[in-house]
Design a protein around this ligand. Structure first.
Ligand code: NAG
Ligand code: NAG
Ligand code: NAG
Ligand code: NAG
Ligand code: NAG
Ligand code: NAG
Ligand code: NAG
Ligand code: NAG
Length: 570
């Protein structure tokens, strides 16, 4: 494997001569579509869903959905790419773990998960697309479990283990993405969830049980189902300690990736381990908007794994492009992984808190800007210079004293945060508290920029904090998806600061509001605000003054992404 396999594809060769769009011609020669938007510290698989990440013999492994034949997704050639890392930041690529070779997976080795069996050896359950384009579930184990790299994987001679049949009534084209399996300690049976959908667009996660990990029996009742939400892809199911301590008890999280809307939703609930019944506190019954999302921007097909050494659960998601397919082909790559996030339950057990893994801070470098107690008056735009604004880590917290001057939000009106953010974006001066926040990847003349900001409203005598990521002016190339995203942040501005952390990596902008209570990830492709021509500002366009309590900004180093393993490193 060379380092370039991920980006140099046959598609690139075929389409490498595509004409450069008009908007490029006016700009500098440093502009090169396939390099300019390439992130420097985000893991970059070629495309699509995430498979099981894990830690084994001192190394982190990521297996990812990859199309070796092109920069876009393919209906018949998806393999399991495989990379390893010591720190979840720098990655070394290995040979593909699984490729389509058998009749049961000849049209693709789709998503799945790794489970540690009782002997502590890893096993992969994955979805194969068979010669009839039906979805089957299969097993693979390492050829040599003593090899910490787990380079070679062997498919089980018993494959396919589970197939949709007339008698089990499973939809042949909607049966995929087995979870990590878990064992019922009272009966010793393995359990696994698989995503599916039934008639009438009913989304379901099916439960299967097995004594030997090979023969699987479907449970009579689905583990979870909800009407009219469509295919549930990439289910993930895991326990979370309340307050990080067994003394407070355990909650169970079920995450589903809804194919129809491309969002990852999670439920918090109670799992009866004996009856195998899962009851979420709040499900999809009423309205999707009431179900929590990991991220309110672009973030899909995520998976978690438990890192037993660091005693943390790590969430990892895939971030799609916002560019059109022709440009993905021109770039020669598409799709990146988000920065892995440590997750835990908030102290009320109501939601998950997410924060970039601490290891990413190793990439922080000088120059380092720090600032305290600066008041931002109405209409202020304040530039932060001395950092690489296209490759940075920004932490800022604001204090608002005049929260009472917040605009009233009509409680009977629409309360969808994305709609509220899209209504005005950060476009004009507004009466009230906010918009204020960060203005990133800005061109010198302000023709291009992306804003991540807060607005505070009053509704039903409470304060409602809205966090937005406005991409509407992020690029002069209007072929990109420029959707504005929004989320409510569960903080009380009377007592708490409003904080944002944003990781900026050329075309990736990942923002964590309220210390990880709400996350918004976006992809932006500026044509002017690139590399050293990108600027970073803080702004306040509300009529109420806000105070920057603390601001820290670091330039970020480049991570080693998909290098060939060398004896120097290992
Ligand atoms: C980027 O694309 C150009 C053509 O647009 C091509 O000549 C060049 O080799 C590509 N670079 C990489 C790293 O693939
Ligand atoms: C994949 O798509 C191509 C083009 O649409 C089609 O010709 C081919 O039959 C498809 N292959 C499979 C396995 O579905
Ligand atoms: C298995 O891996 C270990 C550790 O890398 C190595 O020492 C051993 O030679 C390997 N065994 C085989 C049969 O390849
Ligand atoms: C089966 O899944 C396909 C999508 O792959 C969907 O279009 C179809 O409606 C599903 N059939 C039923 C009966 O749910
Ligand atoms: C990825 O983004 C592109 C462009 O916005 C969109 O066309 C495509 O449907 C998305 N794919 C998924 C799986 O979300
Ligand atoms: C977590 O601990 C705090 C006290 O530190 C307590 O107030 C809270 O109720 C606990 N959370 C739960 C869900 O029990
Ligand atoms: C949008 O701006 C108008 C005019 O300033 C204001 O009345 C309205 O409340 C704003 N809406 C939101 C959601 O901020
Ligand atoms: C702030 O308001 C001014 C005046 O309406 C507007 O020109 C500017 O674009 C706004 N700033 C941001 C960041 O949206």
């Amino acid at each position: 494997m060379t380092t370039s396999w991920l980006f140099k594809t046959s598609f690139l060769i075929l389409y490498g001569v595509v004409h450069i769009e008009a908007f490029h011609q006016t700009h500098s020669s440093t502009f090169n579509l396939n390099q300019t938007y390439k992130p420097s510290f985000h893991f970059q698989p070629s495309k699509n869903w995430m498979n099981g990440p894990m830690r084994y013999k001192g190394l982190y492994h990521i297996f990812y959905q990859h199309n070796p034949k092109g920069a876009t997704w393919s209906n018949n050639s998806i393999v399991w790419g495989h990379s390893v890392s010591k720190d979840l930041v720098n990655w070394f690529s290995l040979q593909h773990a699984l490729t389509p070779t058998k009749s049961y997976d000849i049209n693709g080795c789709w998503s799945g998960s790794v489970t540690f069996l009782s002997n502590n050896k890893p096993a992969i359950l994955y979805t194969g697309i068979d010669k009839n384009n039906h979805q089957t579930q299969n097993l693979a184990i390492p050829k040599n479990a003593s090899d910490p790299f787990l380079k070679e994987w062997e498919k089980s001679p018993k494959n396919p283990l589970i197939v949709p049949t007339i008698s089990n009534k499973i939809n042949v084209t909607s049966f995929r993405d087995p979870t990590t399996a878990w064992i019922g300690h009272h009966d010793g049976f393995w359990r696994v969830l698989i995503g599916s959908q039934e008639k009438g667009n009913k989304g379901i996660t099916l439960l299967f049980k097995s004594k030997d990990f090979v023969n699987w029996v479907q449970s009579k009742n689905p583990f979870y189902s909800a009407k009219k939400i469509g295919m549930m892809e990439c289910p993930d199911f895991f326990p979370m300690l309340i307050n990080g301590s067994i003394n407070y008890g355990i909650r169970h999280v079920l995450k589903v990736s809804l194919f129809d809307v491309s969002h990852d939703y999670y439920l918090i609930g109670t799992y009866d381990t004996i009856k195998d019944v899962y009851i979420p506190d709040k499900g999809f019954e009423k309205n999707n908007n009431e179900v929590l999302r990991y991220d309110y921007g672009k973030f899909y097909a995520s998976k978690t794994f438990y890192d037993g050494v660091k005693k943390r659960r790590v969430l990892w998601g895939w971030i799609n492009e916002s560019s059109i397919q022709e440009e993905d082909v021109q770039k020669g790559w598409s799709g990146i992984q988000a920065i892995p996030r440590t997750i835990w339950l908030d102290k009320f057990g109501k939601q998950l808190i997410q924060w970039p893994i601490v290891e990413v801070e190793k990439l922080r470098t000088k120059p380092f800007v720090k600032l305290h107690s600066k008041v931002l008056k109405e209409g202020t735009l304040f530039e932060i210079s001395g950092v690489t604004a296209a490759q940075a880590d920004v932490e800022i917290s604001f204090e608002v004293n005049d929260v009472e001057k917040a605009q009233a939000l009509d409680p009977s009106g629409k309360m969808d945060p994305q709609d509220l953010c899209s209504e005005n974006g950060s476009k004009g001066k507004e009466t009230g508290v906010g918009p204020f926040g960060l203005l990133v990847l800005a061109s010198k003349d302000m023709q291009e920029y992306t804003t991540i900001f807060f607005k505070v409203f009053k509704a039903n005598k409470k304060h409602v904090v809205l966090m937005c990521s406005d991409q509407s002016r992020s690029s002069l190339n209007h072929k990109n998806d420029l959707t504005t995203y929004g989320a409510f942040v569960d903080v009380n501005p009377l007592y708490e600061d409003l904080s944002i952390r944003t990781l900026i990596d050329h075309s990736a902008v990942e923002s964590f509001g309220g210390q990880g209570k709400a996350c918004i990830t976006s992809r932006v492709y500026p044509t002017l605000a690139i590399n050293d021509k990108a600027h970073l500002h803080v702004f306040n366009n509300g009529t109420v003054d806000v105070k920057i309590k603390k601001l820290s900004v670091w330039s970020m180093k480049k991570a080693k992404i998909n290098y060939t393993p060398s004896s120097v490193f290992f």
